[in-house]
Every structure is written in C-alpha cells, then in structure tokens.
Design a protein around this ligand. Structure first.
Ligand code: ADP
Ligand code: MG
Ligand code: MG
Length: 869
C-alpha cells in the first residue's frame, strides 16, 4: 500500500483543497462538483512537486504510474486514447500553485499531437486545417515553454507567412520550419512519443516553481518557497475549430467599477491565451448574444451560478467548441479598490453576503489606491485628448514616457514620475509596471495582461490605444502626426481611457457613497479606535475627514521651527540664566497656544495627545559660521562665545542624545511653557465653543519612572495652576511614550505615574535592534536576501522581539494599573498585519498618518472579525 495519493481526478477534489491541488485545480474540481461543464482531467499535487525536488528532480515511478492510471480514466470518460492515431486524446498541461502567481510556467495546449495523431485529429474533426493549426501551436508552445527556445524564432516564421489566411499546406510548411528550429536548438528531433511529451511537460511545470520570476514574486509577496506547484492535465476542447468556436475571459462584474454586469471578451476561432496576449481584436461578451445565442445565455447562467456559489465576483476563462461551452477556470477576480467597495456593498444589499463577510472582502491596502489621484476637474475640462483607449484601470497618471521597463525603473529610481508605453506588457515587465504612475498599451483589451496587472496593483492603465504608433527603438510614439519622445510628459485618465499629450495636475478624489457606507460598517465592527498622527490644524482636519477618532500623536517640534519662533527658542538656548530662558520662552507661549487652539478646534471633541518637545537643541541652532555671525549680531552676543555654545550642543549620536524628556529635565521651563500653552488653549476653546476637551500630555523618551515623575510634576503643577486661575473645570491626562527598551522592561513602575502608554514603535524598534532606520535601509536588501530579516521591522512590527517587549510592557503596566490607556503611534500603525497584532494585544487605539486612516480602520475591523474581543 502506498501511503500517499499524488494524483487526483477532478471529481475527487474540491475548492477547499487549494493547498494540495493548487487554486486552479481545486476550483476546476469544485466546478465539476456543482455541475458546470469542464473538460475532464486530473491534478498532480503540490506534494508531488516537493517530492520531485526531494528526489533529485525526478518524477518517481509510483507517481508516473498514478499519472498513467488517471490518464486511463480520462481516456475512458472521453472515449479517446492518448497517442491513438485514429482517435487521439489531447491534453493541456497547466501549472497552478496555491496562490496564482506570475512567473509560473505557461500552459501547453494540444499535447499528444505528433506526425500521426495530427492526421487522426484532422479526420476526426473533418477539418485538416484546424489539426495542423493545433499542431503548429503545440510545437511552438512545447519548444518555448518546456525547452526554453526563444519565442521570437517562431514568430519570425509566422510573420513571414502572415499574408492572407494560411492554407493547410502553408501550415504544414510552417510545421517543418518549427521542427527545424527545435532540432537546431536542442540537437534532437521534436518528441513524437506523447507519454514523453507529457512527462517532460510535467517536469517543466515543477521546474518553473524555481523560475527566477516566480522566486522574485514570492519574495516580494512573502509567499513561502516550500509550497510547490500542482500540475493540471486536462483533456482539450477546441476554440479554434471554426466560426462556431472561440475562447474568452470574463468577470462576473465589472472589475474596474464594480458595476453588476458581466464583463468579458472573446475571440471566435481562437485558442487559449489569444485573448489575454492581445492577439486579434476581442469582442465584448454582449456580441456573443448574436454570434452564438445559446452559448450566451448558458454562459450568463453559469457566471451567475458561480458567483452565488463562491459568494464573490469571479474571473472565468471559457472555450466554445462548435457551439458547446466549457469553463476552464474560475477564481475570485482581482479588482480595483472602487470595484471592491462597490461589490462588497452591493452583495450585502443583494443579501448574498453579510456585513462582516463584506468587510473581509476588501484588502486594506487596496484602500490606499482609492485615495489615489484624479485630474484637476477644471484642467480636465480644458484639455484635449490626443488619443483614446480602453479605461482598463482607474486613476489618473501624469509622467514622462518610457518604452521599456528598464528605462521606466531607472528613471523612477531617479525620482521621476514615469509612464510605461508598450504595445502590450510581458510578464517580465512587472518591475517596470510597479515603478510607473500609469501604463499605456496599444494592443490588448480590458482583460489583457497589462490591464489585469495594473488593476491588481492599483496603477492607472489605458489599453488598446491603437491609433498610437510606437517606435520602441527610436524611443517615441506618433499620434495624428505628432511625435512624443522618450522623456516627454503625457497624462492618462484610467476612468475614460483618454490620453493627454502634456503635463496635467493630479488631485486626490472625493470618496464615493460606497466608500462611506463600507467604512461605516468597519466602524461598527471594530473595537480598537483609529487616531491620527497630525501636527498641524490642516492635518487634523484631513484626519477627521478620513475618519480619525482622535489625534494619537501631535508633535510640537515643528511649531518651534517656524520662522517667527525659532529665534525665541535660540534665545532660550543661548541665554544662561533660568530667568532669561523663561522670558525667551514666554514670547513663544502665545504662538504655541494659538497652534493648539486651532488644533482643538479642528479636532472637535476628539481626544488629542500632545507630545512635549522631542528634538535635540542642536537642531535649532545655526550650523555654519555666517549664520552664527548673523545670530550673534541679532542677539547682541559675542560671536566667539556663541560659536562655542553652538559647538557645546553638538552630539555624537543625536538619536541617543539630549532629546525627549531629557530636554525637559535639563530645561524644565520648556515643559512648563508647553503645558501652559496646551492647557490655556483647551480652556479658551472650552469657553468659546463649549468643547469638552481633555488634553493628553505625553512625555517622550522615558526610560524609567523617575524621569517621568520629574516631568510629570512640572506638568501637573503648571496645569493645575492654569485651571485654577481660569476658574473653569477641565480634566487632563499625563502619559508617556514607551520607546526606550528600559521603559518596556520597567513598565510596572512607570505605570504608577502614567495614565496611558503610547508605544513609539519607531524608536523602540531602533533601540531594540540597535539599528538606526537609515542604516537598516542600507543593509535591508542583503539582510532579506540572506533571510536574516524577512521584512523591514520599521514597516511591520517585529513580533518576536519588539512585539515581545510590547507584550511584556502591556502586561506589566496592567499589573499596576488595570485600565491604563494603550496605544501606538509608530509607523507600523498603518500596517494591516501589525494592526492585527495591536488588536490581539488589546490596544485601545492605533495612530497613523491621516491618509492611512481608512486602511487602518478596515484592518482593525478585520482583526476584530478574525479574533473577536
Ligand atoms: P493561466 O494560468 O496563464 O491563465 P491557464 O492554465 O489558465 O493559464 O491556460 C490558459 C488558457 O489556455 C485557458 O484560459 C484556456 O483558454 C486554455 N486552455 C487551457 N487548458 C485547456 C483545455 N484543456 N482545453 C482548451 N483550452 C485550454
Ligand atoms: Mg488561466
Ligand atoms: Mg520617539
């Protein structure tokens, strides 16, 4: 008895077996189970792929036996025989990992054809032309995909033959040429034995798991190398059998807008990837209603059925063989953020899914693209389009044009905004695409590779812009007799397909009704509050618009750097007596107070956490001689003396220097003035507007309870005096940042003096790793290549180290004060997987940049659904 099964007939699998059968295989099985017409076939498991590598890249005898046995069953079901000269079974060999990814092996169609079976196929179909067309395609696919022979060699042969419809004898001639290429390139004849063809193709799929492109994709998407890919072997159906045959791809709803109408394209008398590859001009699916009405209505029914079954918008591939419809693939369709929101909201309204399921349907990061650009409306009205293509992926893009991915990437790396212009993108263009603001192609439809990739990445894309003539070599394109050269600006409108031949200003869009309905659900579900890091009244306003429930971090450094204030802080630094210092600072007080008033007004009654000054004083001082001279003149102090003072503030390691609470300990008057400003502003706003404000004053860079206690005493004393003098009642809170490892370690002590902890995960990460942010980014790629780090811990919380410290600090803090407030204000507060961690640990809030607030709200809601608390 064998312990494991490595080959599953489609009817033995189902959708839940993704890990074993890959996404494609599992869904083919599922479709068969629910009675959808799918050509018979079987799946060789991902475990067989792992075994293949484990056994020195050989397919073991027992697996080969299983394959043959499955093939035998397919022969029975189809009534055809693999390799039979009269009645040949032909198959496709398709790769399919757990998650679909670019870089995996391309599909091989028509496998099983050779010099004999091709004749049988011709007789069987009563169509010799079709048989030789299929054979030619097979030789080309096998040669390029399995043997890695350059595609261009075959295309050159076809290009030379491209005049008029090819006759049977043309095709035969082409086949002779194709075989010669094969022979020249490999040194042997094109394999005639179908079993050999099959095993070679299967091995090639296994090998493609470590194809460089697939490896890069996995790396950049955090997918494990260990999974392996499955292989699907499926009996062929033919879309190239004449005018009642065809092939196509479709989405059950519009993937760009989300509109509830089937959206697809097909080509009559074509096979396989012809539509996706942008060969020929595909017809919109609605035309099928006239071409093949029965197929059309059957197609619509199945599309509907699939959507209901999977409770999600599906991306399907289909083929029609002489009027009979087959489905060849289904999967959840990729979609723009707009579409994702609309589909989620519509499906709830259609009673297809519940709100929680809807909230899980949208990828948090996708919301980023929603806050992507549009053109300035007035400018758009005035602009004339130079060309129009298909609106393949929404958004607006303006940039300089480049014609190769290398160029696009290079110029992007130099800080340019770029637009990639190509006839059609290739799988290897992925880096160029991701470096671009927008993609413009002359071929391909809404389901072309460029369109699909761009939508998935949230990049604006216009396809099928066929009145553009690209000369890639010369680096230009021509449209209506005008030449646009490499480096020229153009603008693309991904919602209309318009192309503009000039620089156009882009702006953030207003969010749609779907957005607010959807975000409302996230707020109903989530338990963790989402606040914003915002330092200015403008930022606070924006944060509130994006749905912030408070301000988690308001930094005060920037206020000190303003033109009209820096001189006072400089005086404060340079003067030597406390009295002089305080007097200088008092000049700052009204200005600082004014800032806070505006911030409170913008925040309404939302809580605002204000951090006391956290920057080294050196940063406020002039650096070069002439500015020091200027300052000495202005202040009436001796130049040399001032120079010495400046020098005395220099720090060898400012990151670990006199910043944070250390400043307030050396210069208590700073904390005093800031507290005064914070409290007086709150009182003024309460008096004027009636807002009940409870300022949260946050002490940075605390490493032990005594530091906090010292600063807190100043804060409390000042605040109480202000309150008393005002005669108005006002609450306030004093808390601390936990950003020095020692603070996390002694959090039980610190909690005695703090009403809240706000984890400053940037500094905490920096100090826990002993790695400054900038220096890490220099090392990061080699660290990732060598698998020392799997990700950048400044972007995504390092659960094993920094996370452990946070967890410890939370527990210690709660031991002392059960209801201590807990939040995070570091960069990782915008990262969905980190947000899940903060949720699990029980934080009250996360705080992030205003534009990231929707992402954070959604991530917090999803964390709540996955792990309710
Ligand atoms: P990809 O993962 O790149 O989409 P697929 O394995 O889905 O590759 O194959 C691409 C196309 O090849 C399919 O959409 C379908 O049109 C065609 N194809 C694959 N297998 C068959 C088959 N057994 N019969 C007919 N066409 C097929
Ligand atoms: Mg496919
Ligand atoms: Mg800090």
């Amino acid at each position: 008895m064998k312990d494991k099964k490595y080959v599953y007939l489609f009817n033995e699998g189902n959708a839940s077996m993704r890990d074993l059968l890959g996404g494609k295989g599992a869904n083919l099985a599922e479709m068969i189970n629910i009675g959808i017409p799918v050509p018979e076939g079987f799946t060789i498991t991902t475990e067989a792929c792992i075994k293949y590598y484990g056994e020195n890249k050989t397919i073991s005898e027992d697996i080969i036996e299983e394959i043959y046995s499955a093939l035998g069953k397919i022969e029975k079901k189809t009534g055809r025989e693999f390799g039979n000269k009269e009645n040949p079974l032909l198959v496709s060999v398709r790769s399919g990992a757990k998650i679909s990814m670019p870089g995996m092996m391309d599909t091989i169609l028509n496998l099983g054809l050779n010099d004999e079976t091709v004749k049988g196929l011709g007789r069987l179909a009563g169509n010799e032309r079709f048989a030789y067309d299929s054979y030619g395609r097979f030789i080309q696919m096998f040669s390029t995909v399995v043997m890695g022979i350059e595609k261009k060699k075959f295309e050159d042969v076809l290009d030379n033959a491209e005049n008029a419809e090819l006759t049977v004898s043309d095709l035969k001639e082409i086949i002779v040429k194709f075989k010669k290429i094969y022979n020249d390139e490999t040194g042997s004849n094109f394999p005639q034995n179908p079993e050999r063809q099959l095993l070679q193709a299967i091995a090639a799929v296994f090998m493609s798991w470590y194809n460089p492109r697939a490896v890069i994709y996995r790396k950049s998407n955090g997918i494990s190398d260990k999974w392996g890919t499955a292989v699907n072997v499926q009996s062929m159906v033919f879309g190239n059998m004449g005018e009642t045959s065809g092939t196509g791809v479709a989405f059950t709803r519009n993937p760009a807008t989300g509109e509830k109408s089937v959206f697809g394209e097909y080509l009559i008398n074509a096979q396989g990837e012809d539509v996706v590859a942008g060969i020929g001009i595909p017809q919109p699916i609605i035309n099928l209603k006239e071409d093949l009405p029965e197929c059309y209505s059957q197609f619509m029914n199945i599309a509907h059925k699939l959507e209901n079954h999977y409770r999600d918008m599906q991306d399907v591939e289909f083929t029609i063989e002489r009027g009979k419809l087959y489905f060849l693939q289904t999967r959840s369709g990729r979609r723009t953020a707009q579409a994702a929101l609309r589909i989620a909201v519509d499906m709830v309204e259609e009673n297809l899914i519940g709100k929680e399921e809807a909230v899980l349907k949208v990828e948090p990061r996708q919301l980023d693209t929603l806050l992507h650009l549009n053109f300035d409306r007035d400018e758009l009205k005035r602009a004339d389009a130079i060309a129009k293509g298909l609106p393949a992926s929404q958004g607006a893009a303006c940039g300089r044009i480049y014609f190769t991915s290398e160029d696009a990437k290079k110029h992007h790396d130099h800080g340019e905004k770029v637009i990639l212009v190509k006839t059609e993108t290739l799988p290897e263009d992925i880096e160029g695409i991701s470096a671009s603001e927008g993609i413009l192609t002359t071929k391909g439809g809404m389901t072309s590779r460029a369109a699909v990739t761009a939508r998935a990445m949230g990049i604006c894309c216009v396809t099928s812009c066929n009145n553009l003539i690209i000369d890639e070599k010369a680096g230009n394109f021509k449209v209506k007799d005008r030449l646009y050269r490499k480096g020229d600006y153009i603008s693309l409108d991904g919602s209309t397909g318009n192309v503009y031949g000039k620089f156009m200003q882009t702006v953030l869009p207003e969010v749609s009704g779907y957005f607010s309905i959807f975000m409302g659900w996230t707020d109903d579900i989530k338990k963790m509050a989402v606040r914003a890091n915002a330092d200015t009244p403008g930022d606070v306003k924006k944060a509130v618009e994006f749905g912030a429930e408070g301000i988690g971090l308001c930094r005060t450094e920037r206020m000190f750097f303003n033109e009209d204030r820096i001189s006072y802080i400089r005086e404060m630094i340079v003067f030597s007596t406390e009295e002089q210092k305080r007097r200088a600072l008092y000049k700052l007080l009204p200005k600082q107070k004014e800032d806070f008033i505006k911030i409170y007004e913008a925040a309404g009654e939302r809580s605002v956490t204000i951090r006391l000054l956290d920057s080294s004083l050196y940063e406020f001082l002039p650096a070069d001689e002439s500015s020091i001279k200027n300052l000495s003149d202005k202040m009436g102090v001796n130049f040399q003396k001032l120079k010495n003072t400046v020098r005395s503030f220099h720090e060898f390691n400012p990151m670990m220097g006199q910043r944070g609470c250390r400043l307030a300990i050396s210069y208590p008057e700073i904390a005093e003035i800031q507290t005064k400003a914070i409290m007086e502003a709150a009182i003024d706003v309460k008096r004027e507007k009636g807002y009940n404000i409870v300022p949260e004053i946050m002490v940075p860079l605390v490493g032990g309870v005594r530091e906090l206690k010292y600063v807190k005493n100043i804060v409390v004393k000042t605040a109480d005096e202000v309150i008393k003098a005002s005669g108005i009642e006002l609450g306030y809170k004093v808390g601390t940042m936990i950003e020095v490892p020692r603070a996390a370690l002694t959090a039980d002590k610190i909690a005695a003096e703090a009403e809240f902890f706000s984890f400053g995960t940037d500094d905490l990460t920096q100090m826990t790793f002993g790695f400054s942010r900038d220096d890490l980014s220099k090392s990061l790629s080699s660290y990732c290549d060598k698998k020392i780090y799997e990700f950048d811990p400044f972007q995504k919380i390092d659960r094993a180290g920094v996370g452990k410290l946070i967890d410890m600090a939370v527990k210690l803090g709660r031991e002392t004060k059960a209801d201590i407030g807990l939040g995070i204000c570091g960069e990782q507060g915008r990262d969905p997987s980190s947000i899940e961690f903060f949720h699990d640990i029980g934080f009250d809030y996360i705080s992030c940049l205003p534009v990231k607030i929707p992402v954070a709200r959604l991530a917090a809601a999803q964390a709540q659904i996955k792990d309710p608390r």
